[in-house]
Ligand binder design. Structure first.
Ligand code: 5RP
Length: 269
């Protein structure tokens, strides 16, 4: 049985892996000439912001050039402000602007760079920002790298309108999720956790999700026994009335151009 000191060593190892991944991601994908940069949420992105601040100290932008940092929620906005970077709310972005890059974390990443996100309940704004970015760089340490999604991470986070909570839970069960649950606050007596939009998060377990590779090999990912391909399940969940967004990141969010087109993206390290 692991005792305190061993657990601390594990913790140190994990934090060091997150930091290493974040500094590598920023070294490879950030440039002081950028104008708009997305900043995700979670514990790993803290190191991403630290790495960006260090990069800017060593390589300041040209005189008069400002980089605007677009946060993905309250925590992310705080990170940007505390690092003395300039925040720009997503809904203040000029229409014709794409972000140069967005950095974010993930809960699990498969070998085709599909991700589960939303462990920190910020998936809606994270997806908005990822969609508006020329490049989405996902910073993930060794624990999150799996052949298929739902291997170590148990469920898919889904943001849901509170009034539709029971209807969404019912629809998810019909899709084959054995026991979807509404996420509670850390103090469960305070009731369901609320997102930055005032919505709920439902965590829906499913069997492992198939990749395009599995499908190409002839495996049926159409939902028999709750077994889907990533894209098919994401689309089915998104169709449920009351679902704002689903924490499966793939193709349609612009991320596809980076990962599947092999033009960029960040392999988990
Ligand atoms: C928040 C997210 C986070 O990026 C994800 O949960 C990873 O968090 P961490 O870096 O703390 O492991 O999607 O909604």
């Amino acid at each position: 049985m692991a005792s305190g000191p061993i657990a601390n060593v594990d913790l140190e190892l994990i934090e060091s892996a997150k930091r290493k991944a974040a500094f590598k991601a920023v070294e490879d994908h950030f440039d002081s000439s950028f104008s708009y940069v997305g900043i995700g949420s979670g514990s790993t992105i803290r190191y991403g912001v630290e790495a960006i601040a260090a990069h800017l100290k060593a390589n300041p932008p040209a005189k008069g050039h400002n980089i605007m940092f677009v946060p993905t929620g309250y925590q992310s906005n705080e990170l940007v402000r505390r690092a003395r970077l300039l925040p720009l709310p997503f809904d203040s972005l000029p229409d014709d602007v794409m972000l140069d890059v967005a950095f974010d974390g993930a809960d699990e990443v498969d070998e085709e760079l599909n991700c589960i996100k939303g462990g920190g309940a910020c998936l809606f704004q994270e997806k908005l920002v990822a969609m508006r970015s020329k490049k989405f760089v996902c910073i993930a340490d060794y624990r999150k790298n799996q052949k298929r999604l739902l291997t170590a991470w148990p469920s898919i986070p889904i943001e849901v309108a509170p009034f539709a909570e029971y209807e969404v839970l019912r629809a998810l069960r019909l899709l084959g999720s054995p026991d979807p649950v509404t996420r509670l606050n850390a103090d469960s007596k305070a009731g369901p956790l609320k997102t930055d939009q005032g919505f709920f998060i439902v965590d829906a377990p499913f069997p492992q999700l198939l990749t395009d590779g599995d499908e190409a090999a002839g495996t049926d990912g159409s939902g028999k026994n709750g077994i889907y391909s990533v894209e098919r399940l994401a689309r089915k969940i998104k169709m449920i009335i009351g679902v704002l967004e689903v924490g499966l990141f793939f193709g349609e969010n612009g991320y596809e151009a980076q990962s599947k087109g092999k033009q960029g993206g960040q392999k988990p390290v």
